[in-house]
Ligand binder design. Structure first.
Ligand SMILES: [Zn+2]
Ligand SMILES: [Zn+2]
Length: 424
């Protein structure tokens, strides 16, 4: 193996970013809001591995599509073909199959927080959070998922978002719709972009998601899925909308909202910013009753949604939402001076933690001035000074920051005394 040579710093791969400490509060905030809702509705967290057999993802892709190029896949030394998690929804379905979760009481309700990886221009790693309800095809499930998404968005200060809803039918009624689409596009193919012209042969549903202006223009007059639904799909959609009316979730019908994969069925929904409707949906969801059997499991209905966490964080920042930093405010600051005091400081500091007193220290520093400055900045009530002399005498100087009043206290009594002082 080549040892990397020392030299200038190595550039990070394109489209992969780091969440820095100062941004963690946003993710913590979203997760806290979400977990409160997920818990209440009975969703449990699942963490699927970051690597899968490449087959897991290629099986769910449309045949002859170029999606496979987006997969980060590689061959290991043992000739296994593996891929980075391409789609969280697929990984969760795979985990459901692999872990025999079909023997659990249904529906199985799961949520996840994980990155997905796609080798595309722009962002290649996206942190997502999502929910899946597996094993129930009733309309109330679709409505519950949309309702939860609506409530979660509403609970964060990120502005107004609307739910766009559609039904795309399933295997018994979709072929008729695809035929209608092909007919419609047949004499308009010259107006389509080259990718869409290819998709016209293999998967015309994908044309409906094309963002090229000329294609968007052609899509305006396209046949609507609802006109091709079979009776059962029609009733399913009607009931879903009735439930949404009942719980008061506003929605907008989007008759050409479509997911391009064959395992997607019936309800599809997007949550889109009212202020910036050109932005990608912040939540995408719907039903995928054929996902689990596509992956080799027994036929099991499923529905869910995925939220783009990075997009929510951007929105929180733009709205300058007040997000608590979640840090514990320290009450005391431990100042140490000299070798001997430093040595004993680690255990002293730990004793405060065990006693439930929020303390801070800066053990790497040696000057009293710089340590006092930090104590001031943190706004602690007391600085505890532990110097050479105090280390010998086994005492500490307790200094009240505001008044500068000092008092010497034996180390063995310090916890008890500080507790008393903090109470007053
Ligand atoms: Zn196009
Ligand atoms: Zn149908």
């Amino acid at each position: 193996m080549n040892m990397s040579k020392k030299g200038k710093p190595i550039d990070p791969p394109k489209g992969i970013s780091t969440i820095l400490p100062e941004d963690q509060k946003y993710y913590r905030y979203i997760l806290k809001k979400a977990e409160a809702i997920f818990d209440y509705y009975g969703f449990e967290r699942i963490d699927a591995g970051i690597l899968e057999s490449s087959d897991v993802f290629t099986r769910t892709m449309t045949a002859d599509s170029d999606e496979e190029k987006e997969l980060f896949s590689f061959k290991t030394k043992n000739s296994e073909y593996l891929a980075l998690k391409y789609d969280n929804q697929v990984s969760v379905a795979q985990a459901y199959i692999n872990n025999g979760m079909n023997s659990r009481p249904h529906p199985v309700k799961l949520f996840y927080v994980s990155s997905s990886f796609r080798n595309i221009e722009g962002r290649r790693q996206t942190l997502e959070m999502g929910v899946e309800t597996i094993g129930d095809d009733s309309e109330i499930i679709d409505a519950e998922l949309i309702f939860m998404a609506h409530k979660l968005i509403e609970s964060m200060s990120i502005g107004e978002y609307s739910a766009y809803v559609n039904s795309m039918g399933e295997s018994s009624c979709r072929p008729a719709y695809i035929r209608a689409l092909k007919d419609y596009f047949k004499n308009k193919s010259k107006k389509l972009c080259s990718a869409c012209r290819d998709n016209l042969k293999t998967n015309p549903l994908k044309i409906l998601n094309c963002q090229v202006e000329t294609c968007k223009e052609v899509n305006k007059e396209v046949p609507q899925t609802v006109d091709y639904l079979c009776d059962e799909c029609h009733v399913h959609f009607k009931h879903t909308l009735e439930y949404l009316d009942e719980v008061g979730v506003p929605y907008i019908l989007n008759p050409i909202l479509i997911r391009g994969r064959e395992y997607h069925t019936r309800t599809a929904f997007d949550f889109i910013s009212d202020a910036n409707p050109e932005l990608a949906p912040v939540i995408q969801g719907g039903r995928h009753d054929r996902l689990i059997d596509t992956l080799g499991g027994s036929r099991t209905p499923a529905a869910g949604w995925t939220m783009n966490l990075d997009q929510i964080v951007t929105a929180l920042k733009e709205k300058q939402a007040s997000v608590p930093d979640g840090k514990i405010k320290p009450k005391i600051f431990l100042i140490q001076l000299g070798e001997m005091a430093k040595k004993k400081s680690l255990i002293l500091f730990e004793n405060f933690r065990k006693a439930g007193i929020e303390a801070k220290s800066s053990l790497g520093r040696d000057s009293i001035k710089s340590q006092l400055r930090i104590a001031h900045r943190l706004g602690v009530k007391f600085a505890l000074i532990f110097g050479q002399k105090e280390a010998l005498d086994n005492t500490m100087i307790v200094r009240e920051i505001n008044t500068g009043v000092q008092e010497t206290i034996p180390v063995e009594k310090i916890i008890e005394e500080i507790k008393k002082k903090l109470k007053t």
